[in-house]
Design a protein around this ligand. Structure first.
Ligand SMILES: Cc1cc2nc3c(=O)[nH]c(=O)nc-3n(C[C@H](O)[C@H](O)[C@H](O)COP(=O)(O)OP(=O)(O)OC[C@H]3O[C@@H](n4cnc5c(N)ncnc54)[C@H](O)[C@@H]3O)c2cc1C
Length: 410
């Protein structure tokens, strides 16, 4: 039973995985007051990672990506409704549905509005230039694909590389353009990122690195992409993945602290604002292991944070438990499953500790100041064995079952 008996009206803004897990957990753990789940999209929660993978290739149908509710739970689900403002003095959320506006009172608020794609720089674009964030985006892209469609993908991060892999596996002509010197460089570093550059080239993707897009060519519909090195790439479709920004526009002027995401403590409580929590891509939580605020755009993290913030609301001020799980991420490209535990940002060392890059099956560890901060693997499931190594900040390079070393510097 919840110990916070004052909680009678909870509003969850954002019906993605974080918001849905928060709502489900509130009910599953005994909350019996009013519960409203507000979602800007017209759909119930679905598996967003499938958009750049099996939904894009057509291996699964639209209905196949819906998130199965753990249990049927009682919730007022408002779909196609956006939160457009928040007033902390009256503790109300302002909602908009088409031309209609109304306010909704709350005593507990879950901010789970996720992230918005960074738009194409410079404003308007010709037809056939598209981002990928929502199921509608994915279906719109699919409707443009023909057997001979020439696709230029701009952005060498996870979305760009996954989209390139999926479309290449359909046999399309795919060109991938990135400003960096290796694909996935900002996520994995140049050394490991170059493994994915090689992977894409082996599969026939025309990869252009270290170049920017100068302009889009096309009158009405895109016809080509001009690069900063002077090259002009013919294109029937341009898909871009230039990163995302936390969806915090509706919080403007509310007093909620926003600094590259909603600033939260390690329980998901918004710092300095009682009864308000935030989870998922929109939130920047204090991480006890890394001793800094982190905003992590990963499915597993969003799901677990959703569960945690429900518990934080139910526990009430001062009683909530800190969340210190090691972050986990995966990406599927061709027949390779990349899995990563930890946060490699700022690493000063990287070493292959199992297998071989050449064989395609390996485990690589990232180190910082002599400690292991992240582990990357292409051997399915193997990263799980390294979670403890990272949680213990074990000496770098890590040796499994060598916990005794964890406090000894190298
Ligand atoms: C194409 C793609 C592939 C991915 N692949 C992977 C992967 O392989 N592995 C992995 O770990 N992660 C992956 N991710 C990341 C993962 O999907 C996200 O980290 C996760 O979806 C975040 O969940 P969330 O609930 O915080 O936010 P979201 O999923 O963004 O959900 C937030 C919801 O809130 C709604 N919303 C926003 N503002 C408002 C408002 N003002 N009012 C009401 N509703 C609002 C949005 O419309 C959205 O439906 C991928 C993401 C994308 C886009």
């Amino acid at each position: 039973m919840p110990s916070n008996k004052q909680l009678r009206q909870v509003v969850v803004v954002g019906a993605g995985v974080a918001g849905t897990m928060a709502a489900q957990t509130l009910r599953a753990e005994g909350y019996d007051g009013e519960l409203t789940l507000v979602g800007a999209e017209r759909y119930a929660a679905y598996h967003r990672p499938a958009l750049s993978k099996k939904l894009l290739t057509g291996e699964v149908y639209r209905a196949g990506i819906d998130m199965a509710p753990q249990n049927e739970f009682e919730v007022r689900a408002l779909r196609g409704v956006s939160a457009v403002g928040l007033d902390m003095a009256s503790r109300t959320v302002q909602l908009r549905e088409g031309a209609d506006e109304r306010t909704m009172p709350f005593d507990g608020l879950v901010i789970a509005s996720g992230a918005d794609v960074r738009p194409w720089p410079g404003g308007s674009v010709p037809d056939g230039v598209m981002p990928l964030r929502t199921v509608d985006d994915c279906l719109a892209i699919r409707s443009k694909l023909g057997r001979r469609t020439r696709v230029v993908v701009v952005g060498g991060g996870f979305i760009g590389t996954e989209v390139a892999a999926s479309l290449r596996s359909l046999g399309l002509t795919v060109t991938l353009v990135s400003r960096e010197d290796a694909l996935l460089q900002s996520a994995l570093g140049e050394e490991m990122g170059s493994c994915w550059t090689d992977l894409h080239r082996r599969h026939g993707v025309d990869v252009h690195l270290g170049v920017a897009v100068e302009s889009l060519v096309g009158d009405g519909h895109v016809k080509a992409v001009r690069l900063s090195d002077g090259l002009k790439l013919k294109a029937d479709l341009v898909l871009f993945g230039l990163g995302v920004e936390p969806a915090t526009g509706w919080l403007r002027g509310s007093g909620i602290p926003v600094d590259k995401g909603v600033v939260c403590d390690a329980t998901g409580a918004v710092e300095g604002v009682p009864g308000v929590v935030a989870a998922g891509d929109v939130a920047r939580w204090w991480h006890p292991l890394y001793q800094e605020h982190l905003r992590i755009e990963h499915w597993d993290q969003a799901s677990r944070q959703g569960v945690t913030v429900a518990r934080t609301l139910l526990a009430g001020p001062g009683n909530a438990e800190e969340y210190d799980a090691v972050p986990y991420f995966w990406s599927d490209q061709y027949d390779v499953k990349l899995q990563l535990v930890g946060v490699p940002t700022g690493h000063d060392n990287v070493e292959v500790v199992e297998g071989s890059v050449r064989e395609g099956e390996f485990v690589a560890a990232y180190g910082k100041n002599g400690r292991t901060i992240a582990v990357l693997s292409t051997i399915p499931g193997r990263v799980n064995d390294y979670r403890g190594v990272i949680a213990d900040a074990a000496a770098f390079p890590p040796r499994l079952n060598a916990k005794a070393d964890s406090t000894t510097s190298t």
